[in-house]
Write a protein that binds this ligand. Structure first.
Ligand code: ADP
Ligand code: MG
Length: 677
């Protein structure tokens, strides 16, 4: 089979295509905007638009769309054709700079969380030139030019996930560059960049089975289903040989993603049967987020083509592994180096330790915000079990790095585990072994050698939210450290001494956030709660953290989200959560009444006629009674918390019925059938 490597990027209007198709000054101007965030010169827009249109039409496109990321968490597009009447009875094509730069979709149906009333529902999309335009082919093969955009209200409030992400990247860059200067790194206008590698887990099940499960279709997860006798207990799926049908899907998936410039790298079977993972090579954060959104879309479209349904829900099947999106995050400094990689000299190591300590401060101060950034109805089922981190946010550094942190706290004391001591800016760090990385998977926020991995992000979530928080809180910690050191140095203190002092102070205050052990144990739970770490188990509790003065202050101070914008997110996510639980409840009620009860009645009737199985008929009857009263209880339940309790109770009797009712009468595909692809 051909490897198709040459297809990489063929559907992306990236720098190489731009260079070929734009005039020299236009390309130079656009490149400057892309590289250094310089303001876009509107004068070049017409030429860029025309070149984009020509290129897109050669690829078969007839339409373009401003592609944006509303608060729904997915992507949105409205297609416009390139067509204009020529007023002679025919048509001509055109695409102007104005159309490229700004769009005005009728935005009244997107969630705004109260930021706009329907009568003033105008929303604007604005071109984000830092993210390349691309061609998307739909299932039927029709091509559309997708132009990544931000989405704002008429007075500029962010109505999307991308605007705050870009703002948070800017503030992180500013503070990183400032911190760098203290370490003698001055790269002029060059920005620092956050980097992201977003591992994506997903399930594939046969599309016919999917079509026979109203719960999967309406809610993304199975509301009922008895565990199969063999699922992941033997760990025989993880990294196992990939079955032909799935391999064909994965090959197609990689190719489609490569064409779109998504650097899909790793593919493998995950722990649960029917579960898989795709990991891309990391990229600049906003590009990586766009690419993850594209990946989720392509997963769905291609699954359909291959006779599968792709499940991105965090917990489609109870009792087995859920799906997450490990968020591998680091900072690439203005010098282009990874600042979370331990360096080769004492100076670089002092900088490295500064970033580690800043992260301790950031994560400990705002553990609640990190938790709220991954709050969703789906993720509530996943966190805390089956290889997903618990709801308590803590940091894993590994023993060696923890030891160094402790030495800094002690002011360079010589009582370290290895008998040595670390003097910042003077000593070399001991080599941190690669194997030092956390493999126990219960740490929400783990240092893995050259980056942090935030593992609480749900498979179905946009990575934007978590990274907005991460960038902002790290910027705040950098700001704190720089401010302190700048003041001390201005007063004549020696740099390394000032650094040592501020890091020791931060460590003292925030070391409770460090935890290298098993995050599932009751001891840790008690210990963490005792230390005052927030344990926000459910989405409603977690979302309340967006309402605190602390949250408002940090987002407003760094111009990432105004109080109004933050409140609109709180409102939107809360409403989404409540609506979703309501949909789950109604779906459960419908399924029981129209599918489960009739099957149970048939089985009971048949069995009642045979004395030998009268006992089983009796068992089924009593479970059916429980089921019927369970439905009544669910119907009477008001509000998400009560609905969840009632759904769980109802599920118990339904799953017990599934164990008794003859297979040919059971109206739903079983876990055993679905988890086999
Ligand atoms: P593992 O299964 O060990 O977590 P994977 O290879 O599945 O490893 O995923 C690791 C992810 O981390 C990849 O997406 C990789 O590109 C990403 N990564 C590596 N270095 C960095 C970095 N400096 N910044 C952000 N992400 C990174
Ligand atoms: Mg990982």
């Amino acid at each position: 089979m051909k490897n198709n490597i040459e297809a990489f990027g063929e559907n992306v209007f990236g720098l190489p295509v731009m260079e070929q198709r734009l005039s020299v000054p236009t390309f130079a101007s656009l490149k400057k905007t892309i590289d250094s965030g310089a303001e876009l010169d509107a004068g070049i827009a017409d030429e860029v638009a025309e070149a984009m249109k020509e290129w897109a039409m050669e690829k078969g496109a007839t339409h373009y769309t401003h592609w944006f990321q509303p608060l729904t968490g997915s992507t949105a597009e409205k297609h416009d054709s390139f067509i204009f009447p020529d007023f002679k009875g025919g048509v001509v094509t055109g695409f102007s700079g104005d159309e490229l730069i700004q769009g005005e979709p009728d935005a009244s149906s997107f969630p705004s969380g109260g930021l706009r009333a329907t009568f003033e529902a105008r929303g604007y999309t604005g071109w984000d030139p830092t993210s390349p335009a691309f061609i998307k082919y739909d299932g039927a093969g029709a091509a559309t030019l997708c132009i990544p955009t931000v989405f704002c209200g008429y007075n500029g409030e962010a109505l999307d996930k991308k605007t705050p992400l870009l703002r948070s990247m800017n503030v992180l860059s500013e503070q990183t560059v400032r911190l760098g200067k203290l370490f003698g790194i001055d790269c002029g206008d060059t920005m620092a960049k956050a980097t992201l590698g977003s591992e994506q887990e997903y399930f594939l099940i046969d599309v016919d089975l999917y079509a026979a499960r109203p719960d999967l279709q309406a809610t993304g997860r199975t509301l009922f289903g008895k565990a199969s006798s063999k699922h992941q207990q033997l760990d025989d799926h993880y990294f196992g040989a990939i079955k032909t049908r799935v391999a064909a899907f994965m090959a197609d998936l990689d190719l489609e993603l490569w064409k779109l410039g998504v650097p899909a790298k790793t593919r493998h079977n995950e722990v649960c049967p029917a579960q898989f993972e795709l990991a891309p090579v990391f990229e600049t954060l906003n590009i990586s987020v766009d690419h993850n959104m594209i990946t989720m879309e392509v997963l769905h479209t291609l699954a359909e083509k291959h006779g599968f349904a792709c499940l991105l829900h965090e917990k489609p099947f109870a009792g087995v592994n859920g799906s997450g999106k490990h968020n591998n995050w680091s900072i690439s400094g203005p010098d282009g180096k990874n600042w979370l990689k331990p360096g080769d000299n004492p100076h670089e190591n002092a900088k490295f330790m500064t970033i580690i300590v800043a992260l301790m401060k950031a994560v400990d101060t705002h553990a609640d915000l990190l938790r709220s950034s991954v709050a969703s109805a789906g993720n509530d089922h996943r966190l805390g079990a089956n290889e997903a981190p618990p709801a308590i946010v803590s940091i894993f550094l590994g023993d060696q790095l923890t030891d160094i942190v402790e030495q800094i706290e002690a002011g360079g004391a010589s009582s370290s585990k290895d008998g040595g001591s670390i003097s910042l800016g003077v000593d070399l760090l001991p080599k941190l072994p690669r194997g030092n990385t956390d493999r126990n998977r219960t740490s929400p926020f783990a240092f893995v050698g050259n980056r942090f991995e935030f593992r609480a992000v749900g498979s179905n979530q946009s990575p934007a939210g978590a990274n907005v928080v991460l960038n902002t809180i790290v910027a705040e910690a950098f700001d704190y450290i720089s401010t302190k050191i700048e003041a001390d140095v201005a007063e004549g203190k020696e740099f390394n001494a000032a650094l040592q002092e501020v890091l020791a102070e931060i460590i003292k205050e925030h070391k409770r956030i460090l935890f290298n052990g098993d995050g599932y144990t009751d001891e840790w739970l008690a210990d963490a709660v005792g230390k005052g770490l927030p344990n926000l188990v459910t989405t409603p509790e977690a979302l309340e953290m967006l309402n605190t003065q602390k949250a408002k202050d940090v987002f407003a101070k760094y111009n990432v989200l105004s109080s109004e914008e933050l409140e609109s997110r709180y409102n939107t996510y809360k409403e989404t959560y409540e609506t979703l639980i309501g949909i789950e409840a109604n779906t459960a009620i419908d399924m029981v009444k129209t599918l489960i009860v009739p099957a149970a009645v048939t089985a009971i009737t048949e069995y009642s006629a045979v004395p030998a199985v009268a006992g089983l008929a009796g068992e089924m009857s009593s479970l059916l009674e429980q089921t019927v009263s369970g439905v009544a209880a669910l119907e009477a339940a008001e509000g998400p918390a009560a609905e969840i309790v009632a759904m769980n109770k109802l599920r118990e009797s339904v799953d017990a019925l599934e164990a008794l009712i003859p297979a040919d009468l059971w109206p739903l595909p079983t876990y055993t059938e679905m988890l086999q692809v």
